[in-house]
Ligand binder design. Structure first.
Ligand SMILES: Nc1ncnc2c1ncn2[C@@H]1O[C@H](COP(=O)(O)OP(=O)(O)OP(=O)(O)O)[C@@H](O)[C@H]1O
Ligand SMILES: [Mg+2]
Length: 472
C-alpha cells in the first residue's frame, strides 16, 4: 500500500489540474449532450443538472436547480446513497416512462458525504433497447412466478406490505411479529377494511410455517349447512350431493401450515362446539369418517364484530373465545391514525403508478388536508378506491381537491372524541405547526423559498416539516 503522504500528494496534483482547466472546457465536459448528470448536495438540493436531462425528470434543468431532489425525481435513489454512502451502479429505474440504467455515486470529503452524483448510463440505442426488452421479459416472468408461488401457498402479503408509522400500527406490527414467531392462536380485531387479512397473511409469511399452506375460510360466505363439511371434510357417500370420493376439509389442507378463519363472528353455534374440540384435541374427523386424524395447524381468526357483546347475548362461546384469544391484535380505524393517511395514499398511488402509462406524482396540499379530515368509514379499502378514482380523473399527473369525491372533500374536520380536550402539549404544538406551514405555502402560491422566509426558517427546515406532516 502506498504511504499516506503519496495520497495527499496525488490529491494536490488532481486539484492543481482541475484549477488549471479553463471554465469553458469544464462546462463542456459536464454539460454535453451525451452526459446525463444530476448533482445534489448533502441536503438533497439539486446543484447541477446537465442539459441532456431535459424532458427526463419532472422539471427542466433551469427549474430544478435549487429544488429538493424529491420534487424533481420522486422515485430518486440518490437520497438513499446520501444516507448510506454506498455507490449504486447499473440499477434500473423508470424515468419518463422508460426503464433506464442509472448509477448513483456518493461524493466524499474525508469521511463526510458532501453530495451525490446521479448518472444515466447510455449505450447505443439499439443495444439499450434489446437490453430493455430482456429486462422487461425477465421482470414479467419473475412477476408471473412470484404470483404462482404465492398462489401455491395461498398468502400474498408480508409485513412490508403494511404501511403506517403511527404508534397504533407500530404496536400492532410488533405484536404480530412476536405472534408470528410463536405458534399460538391469534385473533385480529378491527373495522372493515383496516387490514385484518393483510396482517393474517403477514403473520403466516413471517412464521416458521411460511413454506406450507395458508388456508383462508370466510365463515360469513359459506352457507351454514355446508360449513361443517368445508371445515372438517367428508368421506365418500357421507350425504346426498356430496362428492363421491369424499373431500378433505380446510383443517386437513392447512396441515403444517396456517388456517385463517375470517369473519369468525359468523360461525354458527353448533360449529363453534366442533371447532372447540378440534382446537383442544388437534384432531379432525371427516363427516361420515371412521375416526379422527391428527392435524398440525396454527389458527388465526379475524372479526369486525364485538365478540364480548356476542358472548353476553349467548351468540359466541366464551370457552372458544379464550382459545382463539391467546394474542389479540387490534387494528385502528383510519380516523384514529390521521398521520398515516397521506403515507398510505402515496403508497397506493406508487403501486398503481407501476402499471400506468402516465404516472401521477403530485398531490396537492389541499388534498392531503382533506383526506386527513375525512373519517373514512370504509378505512383503507375506501381510501384505495378514492386514490384509484383520483388517478383516473386527474389532469397532468397532479391530484387536486376537485379530483376527490364530494363526500371526501366537503367533510368538516373530524374531531376525535378521545383526543378532543385531552391532547398533549406536543400534539397541540404539532397541529399548530402544521397549520402554519400549510397556510404559509398557500399564501406564497406554494413557493417554498418565500414560504420559508415568511416562517423565518431555512428552506431545508421547511422541507423537513413538509415531509413530517405529509404536505406536498
Ligand atoms: N396498513 C395498510 N397498508 C397498506 N395497505 C393496507 C393497509 N391496511 C389495509 N390495506 C389494504 O386495504 C385493503 C383492505 O384490507 P383487508 O382486506 O386486509 O381488510 P379487512 O380488515 O380484512 O377488511 P374486511 O373486514 O372488510 O374483510 C387491502 O387491499 C389491503 O391490502
Ligand atoms: Mg377481511
Amino acid at each position: 500500500m502506498a504511504p499516506k503522504e503519496d495520497h495527499a500528494e496525488d490529491k494536490i496534483r488532481v486539484e492543481e489540474q482541475l484549477t488549471s482547466i479553463p471554465q469553458e472546457l469544464l462546462m463542456a465536459l459536464l454539460d454535453n449532450p451525451y452526459e446525463s448528470m444530476i448533482l445534489i448536495d448533502s441536503h438533497g438540493i439539486v446543484r447541477f443538472m446537465s442539459r441532456a436531462n431535459d424532458g427526463i425528470y419532472l422539471l427542466p434543468p433551469q427549474e430544478a436547480i435549487g429544488r429538493h431532489i424529491s420534487e424533481v425525481s420522486p422515485e430518486t435513489g440518490t437520497l438513499r446513497v446520501l444516507e448510506t454512502g454506498k455507490a449504486e451502479i447499473g440499477r434500473s429505474m423508470l424515468l419518463d416512462n422508460q426503464w433506464r440504467v442509472v448509477g448513483r455515486i456518493p461524493l466524499k470529503r474525508g469521511n463526510r458525504i458532501v453530495g451525490v452524483v446521479g448518472k444515466l448510463m447510455f449505450m447505443s440505442h439499439e443495444k439499450l433497447k434489446s437490453l430493455y426488452r430482456r429486462i422487461d421479459k425477465l421482470e414479467r416472468n419473475l412477476d408471473f412466478y412470484k404470483e404462482e408461488l404465492n398462489a401455491l401457498n395461498g398468502s400474498r402479503y408480508t409485513f412490508d406490505s403494511i404501511i403506517g408509522d403511527s404508534e397504533p400500527i407500530r404496536q400492532a406490527k410488533t405484536l404480530a411479529l412476536q405472534a408470528a414467531e410463536n405458534d399460538v392462536s391469534v385473533i385480529i380485531v378491527g373495522e372493515s377494511g383496516t387490514g385484518k387479512e393483510l396482517f393474517a397473511h403477514s403473520i403466516h409469511r413471517a412464521s416458521p410455517r411460511a413454506g406450507n399452506n395458508f388456508v383462508r375460510v370466510n365463515c360469513a360466505a359459506i352457507p351454514h349447512d355446508l360449513i361443517e363439511a368445508e371445515l372438517f371434510g367428508y368421506e365418500e357417500g357421507a350425504f346426498t350431493g356430496a362428492n363421491k370420493k369424499g373431500k378433505p376439509g380446510k383443517f386437513e389442507l392447512a396441515d403444517k401450515g396456517t388456517i385463517f378463519l375470517d369473519e369468525i363472528g359468523d360461525m354458527p353455534s353448533d360449529v363453534q362446539v366442533k371447532l372447540m374440540r378440534v382446537l383442544q384435541e388437534k384432531e379432525v374427523e371427516r363427516i361420515g369418517g371412521k375416526g379422527p386424524r391428527p392435524v398440525d395447524f396454527r389458527l388465526i381468526s379475524a372479526t369486525n364484530q364485538n365478540l364480548e357483546k356476542m358472548i353476553g347475548t349467548g351468540m359466541f362461546r366464551l370457552d372458544l373465545y379464550y382459545r382463539l384469544n391467546v394474542i389479540s391484535i387490534n387494528l385502528p380505524p383510519l380516523r384514529a391514525i390521521p398521520e398515516d393517511i397521506p403515507l398510505i395514499f402515496k403508497h397506493v398511488m406508487n403501486r398503481l403508478n407501476e402499471t400506468r402509462k402516465q404516472p401521477v406524482h403530485h398531490v396537492s396540499g389541499q388534498v392531503l388536508e382533506a383526506i386527513r379530515n375525512y373519517p373514512w368509514p370504509g378505512n383503507v379499502r375506501e381510501l384505495r378506491n378514492v386514490v384509484e378514482r383520483a388517478m383516473i380523473v386527474c389532469q397532468e399527473g397532479r391530484i387536486e381537491l376537485a379530483d376527490l369525491p364530494i363526500s371526501v372533500r366537503e367533510t368538516p374536520p373530524y374531531k376525535n372524541p378521545v383526543a378532543a380536550g385531552t391532547s398533549s402539549l406536543k400534539e397541540i404544538l404539532e397541529s399548530a405547526e402544521r397549520k402554519a406551514v400549510m397556510s404559509a405555502l398557500e399564501s406564497c402560491g406554494n413557493n417554498r423559498v418565500k414560504a420559508a422566509a415568511l416562517l423565518g426558517i431555512h428552506r431545508t427546515g421547511l422541507y423537513q416539516k413538509m415531509k413530517k406532516y405529509g404536505i406536498e
